[in-house]
Structure formats: structure tokens, C-alpha cells
Design a binder for this molecule. Structure first.
Ligand SMILES: O=P(O)(O)OC[C@@H](O)[C@@H](O)c1c[nH]c2ccccc12
Length: 263
């Protein structure tokens, strides 16, 4: 079994347990459930460069990335550094994230938050809204087109935006639909961990212009952002490059200053 299938199997069990403990009706009573979301797509379209800085403690490929990272401190610094939005991992088993991380981030910043998780059930979308997210991630490699349709329509109904993650043309063609706001091209193959920025560059022209293009993973140089912008990307999801340092907020700030000064 590849890692993505393993994650999905674990996630299904986890969600079934969670549903028993916290019914949907209870989620709908949480204060953020009624909050009006902020648009990430709009920010990416109108204020370049759209850096989406990611908060994660570890990943399957980097088990010791930043185990003790403080979510309030780092997300606050990401916001001050000028991030367009923040991605918060909420998967605990593989990424060391929690729902509390997302809620703490929500209490800390006023910029759009992406719930970064492996969504395989509508329940997780209700959770995302209740925990204070503005955007959800749907991973094409994990979902049938019918599920993508059902999940994205529900997200939209709740006022959430949808970032669809694809890795190749076949995934893009079968998953693209009007209820999606942004398309993220993952430069990392989630099945093998192989990384290549050319994946974004090559897929860019296949993505219709009504969708905001986001390039995800493996970005560590400001020069890559400039190249990806030429291919039409407006969003850049960066995690490890910041989180691997002692002071991720400061690393993000330096990265964005370097971008601004065009060095
Ligand atoms: O740390 P990186 O290489 O900058 O990548 C960030 C982000 O793209 C990556 O964490 C990611 C992309 N898609 C995902 C899906 C699930 C979990 C994590 C991810």
C-alpha cells in the first residue's frame, strides 16, 4: 500500500470515531461556525506575491521538522511578514497537527486560513468551518470526481473556498469543475515523495484562467517564485523551507523581503 492510501485508511477510521464523539450538531454550535470567511483567492489575485506559509511540525518525509513549534507565535509572525494566507496542518498521525492548532491560529491572525488535511468525508468540512478555516484542500489523488463535486458544493454552501490539489494532467482533467476556486499543483508526488518544480510549470497552461493557480511544495528560492509567476502562478505554498529553521516567522519575513527587493 502506498503512503497516500495508508493515510486515507487511517483517516476514515479517525473520522468515524470523531463523529461518534462530536456530532455535527455540536460542531455547528461552535462560535466560528457562523463567522464570515475571508477570500484567499481574492488576495492571491490582487496582491502578489501570494505566499501561503504553512505551519507543520513534521511530515512523513521529515519526521523531526519542528516538533515543538508554537502555533500562535509562528502564525502571528507569518501574518506580520506579509503572508497572503496560512496553511495549518490538522492531521495528527502523520503531520503532528491538531484541530486546536487551527483554532489557535484563528484566534491569532486575520488572514485566510487553509485547513490542510486529508478530506474524505463531509464531516471534516463542517469541522473546518467550525474550527475557523476559510479554505479547504481537496486532493484529487484521494477522491472520485463525484466526491469532489459533493465536497466542494458543501464547502461553498458554508462560505468556504476550495483548493483542489492535482499532480498531473489526468487528475486535473477528471477533477476540474466550477465549484473549485483554486488549483494547486503539488510538485511533490504524494505517493513517492519525488519533487520537481517543472510539474507546476508544465501543468500551468492546462489550467483555465478562471481558477487561481497555486504551486505547492519544494519551493525554497525566491528565483523559483519569479519563474512560477511567469507560468501564471499567483499562489505559492511554502512549508518546510520556513518550518525547518529555528525561527520560521523570521525566515518567512526574510524570504518575502528578498522577493520584494527583487534580488
Ligand atoms: O513543505 P513544502 O515542501 O514547502 O510543502 C508544503 C505543502 O505543499 C505540503 O505540505 C503539502 C502539499 N499537499 C499536501 C497534502 C497533505 C499534506 C501536506 C501537503
Amino acid at each position: 500500500m502506498n503512503i497516500l492510501d495508508r493515510i486515507a485508511t487511517d483517516k476514515r477510521l479517525e473520522v468515524e470515531e470523531q463523529k461518534e464523539m462530536v456530532p455535527v450538531e455540536a460542531l455547528q454550535l461552535l462560535p466560528h461556525f457562523k463567522r464570515k470567511c475571508i477570500s484567499l483567492a481574492k488576495r492571491l489575485r490582487t496582491s502578489p506575491p501570494g505566499i501561503i506559509a504553512e505551519f507543520k511540525r513534521r511530515s512523513p518525509s521529515l519526521p523531526d521538522l519542528n516538533p515543538d513549534a508554537d502555533v500562535a507565535e509562528i502564525t502571528s509572525e507569518y501574518e506580520k511578514a506579509g503572508a497572503a494566507g496560512i496553511s495549518v496542518l490538522t492531521d495528527e498521525l502523520y503531520f503532528g497537527g491538531t484541530a486546536d492548532d487551527l483554532m489557535l491560529a484563528r484566534e491569532t491572525v486575520n488572514i485566510p486560513l487553509l485547513r490542510k488535511d486529508f478530506i474524505i468525508d463531509e464531516y471534516q468540512i463542517i469541522e473546518a468551518k467550525a474550527f475557523g478555516a476559510d479554505v479547504i484542500l481537496l486532493i484529487a489523488a484521494l477522491l472520485k470526481p463525484e466526491e469532489i463535486r459533493k465536497f466542494s458544493v458543501l464547502a461553498r454552501k458554508l462560505g468556504l473556498e476550495v483548493l483542489l490539489e492535482v499532480h498531473n494532467q489526468e487528475e486535473l482533467e477528471r477533477s476540474i469543475m466550477p465549484s473549485i476556486d483554486m488549483i494547486g499543483v503539488n510538485n511533490r508526488n504524494l505517493k513517492t515523495f519525488e519533487m520537481d518544480l517543472n510539474i507546476s510549470k508544465n501543468l500551468a497552461e492546462e489550467i483555465p484562467s478562471e481558477f487561481v493557480k497555486v504551486s505547492e511544495s519544494g519551493i525554497s528560492e525566491t528565483s523559483s517564485i519569479l519563474e512560477l509567476q511567469k507560468s501564471g502562478f499567483q499562489g505559492f505554498l511554502i512549508g518546510g523551507n520556513f518550518m525547518k529553521t529555528k525561527d520560521p516567522g523570521n525566515s518567512a519575513q526574510k524570504f518575502m523581503q528578498e522577493l520584494k527587493s527583487g534580488r
